[in-house]
Design a protein around this ligand. Structure first.
Ligand code: NDP
Length: 269
């Protein structure tokens, strides 16, 4: 029997895109559980501020500046974490951006920026950390997908492509690394209020639509995702790999149509 199924205490957790939003909520939660958390992002000032804001813990949160679109920066960052801690137990691939516009408006630069961060960056971060985890013979990785991993939304085509690619990456890496004791999974959040989405959900029509399609009848909060991340990183998930767990208030459960009592059929005729 494992003494504590959800124990992540003293594990080394590297979070790309950990300076705010979903990544920072996960960083706080792991730190509260006694993990050694290293967050990354592109801007030093926001990383410093995030580490200051982090909850008091046996292991103060630290950071590495790392643009995941730059593979040299990824390798430098991962090497620095290994030098400091000697191992990496959990990688959360969270760094991501979005640009919303009709398909006909995207420039090659827009397209490259989205794919280079959300998919290429996640791949090379996973690869660099995966090499270390293979050496250790243990570790787990969590990729942050999206609702658009499974169902496309208008005006975010390259974002959806990057997130579909991420779920394929999750399965491919899980297949190759299972034999080394390394698990790879994903979390597909629903609509979560963060800097990335704040403007979108300040529109009353968009917000009303969101409530209609979400059985839980509310926006997701960053804290709604952290329990699943801790579960995936913990001994409780020791036989779970190659899966993406949807944490979306039920919005992917089906189509919530506006049927009412008038349409009930209680007899055969
Ligand atoms: P935020 O914009 O709030 O945070 C994004 C984080 O990623 C920041 O820490 C940012 O730091 C970092 N980041 C962005 N680009 C890079 C880069 N090139 N290299 C390293 N770090 C980078 O977004 P969210 O918290 O909302 O989103 C986090 C992840 O969750 C994304 O992958 C997103 O696609 C996904 N997601 C979000 C949903 C939502 O509704 N909010 C729903 C589904 C998925 P900095 O800018 O300083 O580099």
């Amino acid at each position: 029997m494992t003494p504590n199924l959800f124990d992540v205490q003293n594990t080394v957790v590297l979070i790309s895109g950990g300076s705010r939003g979903i990544g920072f909520a996960m960083a706080e939660a792991f730190a509260q559980q006694g993990a050694k958390v290293i967050i990354t992002g592109r801007e030093e000032q926001s990383l410093i501020a995030a580490c200051k804001e982090a909850p008091a813990s046996d292991h103060p949160m630290t950071f590495q500046i790392c643009d995941v679109a730059d593979t040299n920066a990824i390798n430098t960052c991962v090497a620095a974490v290994i030098k400091e801690h000697g191992r990496i137990d959990t990688l959360i691939n969270c760094a991501g951006i979005n640009k919303r516009m009709p398909v006909t408006d995207y420039t090659p630069d827009d397209y490259d920026q989205i794919l280079n961060i959300n998919l290429r960056g996640a791949f090379f971060m996973a690869q660099a950390v995966g090499k270390q985890m293979i050496k250790q013979g243990s570790g787990n990785q969590i990729n942050i997908d999206s609702l658009s991993t499974y169902g496309s939304l208008a005006q975010v085509a390259p974002y959806g492509m990057s997130k579909s690619g991420l779920s394929s990456m999750t399965r491919g890496m899980a297949l190759e690394w299972g034999t080394h004791g390394v698990r790879v999974n994903g979390i597909a959040p629903g609509f979560i209020l963060t800097d990335l989405t704040r403007k979108l959900w300040s529109d009353p029509n968009m917000l009303a639509w969101n409530r209609t399609i979400t059985p839980m009848q509310r926006m997701g909060d960053v804290d709604d995702l952290v329990g699943t991340a801790i579960f995936l990183a913990s001994p409780a998930a020791s036989y779970l790999t190659g899966q993406v767990i949807r944490v979306d208030g039920g919005s992917s459960a089906g189509i919530n149509w506006p049927i009412a009592g008038d349409f009930q059929v209680t007899t055969d005729d």
